[in-house]
Design a protein around this ligand. Sequence first.
Ligand code: G4P
Ligand code: NA
Ligand code: NA
Length: 194
Amino acid sequence: MKLLEDRIREDGVVLPGNVLKVNQFLNHQIDPELMYALGKEFANLYQAEKITKILTIEASGIAPAIMTGLILHVPVLFARKQKSVTMNDNLYTADVYSYTKKTKNKVAVTKNFLHATDRVLIVDDFLANGQAVNGLLDICEQAHAGVVGVGIAIEKSFQAGAQLIRKRGVRLESLARIASFTNNEVHFVGGEDS
Ligand code: G4P
Ligand code: NA
Ligand code: NA
C-alpha cells in the first residue's frame, strides 16, 4: 500500500536490532486518517468473507483494528496481556513469547465475546516473529471460531512470522512488507532496491 510505504519512508526511524520506530503515526502518536485508510484496505481485501468480528491485541493493534471494525460495522475485540492469569474458566488464554523482550506473556479474551459462529479477521500493527498472531489464532481455535485471515499493517518479511502464519494455512495480507533495513534504510519487498 503506497500511502503506508510513503509514510514509513517519511517518518519511520530504523533502530538497531531491526526495529522500525513509527511513533509519529502508529505506536505513540496516531494518525487517524492513515488508520482509516488501513481499515478500508483490510475491508476491501476481505470483503467477500462475511466477517463478524475483528480480533487484535493491546495496545498498538487497536488503532488499525477499530477502523476496520468501523468500516465493516462489526465489533472489535482486543486480547489483554496479563503477566499471570489466575485460573479462570471464563477466559480463553494463550502464551505469547516475545523474542525482542525475552518475556513470556499470557493473552486472554473473555469467552462471552468469541463464539463458534464468529468469522474473525485478526488485525495487528506489526508482524515480526508472529508470536502474537499465533496466540490469537490459538484463542480462535479454542473458541472454534472461524478465522478468515490476518491483516497486518507492517510486516518484517525477513523475520519468521509471515511463514509461520501461512504454514498454519491462514490467509495473510500485509499492507507494507519490509525486506530489509540494509544501511539503516527501509527496503520494501518488490521495491527497486529490495
Ligand atoms: P511477534 O508477535 O511478531 O513475535 O513480535 P515480537 O515479540 O517480535 O515483538 C514484540 C512487540 O514489538 C510487539 O508489540 C510488536 O508489535 C512489536 N514490534 C516487533 N517488531 C517491531 C518493529 O520493528 N517496530 C515496532 N515499532 N514494533 C515492533 P507489543 O509489545 O505487543 O506492544 P504494543 O505496542 O502492541 O503495546
Ligand atoms: Na508494538
Ligand atoms: Na502489536
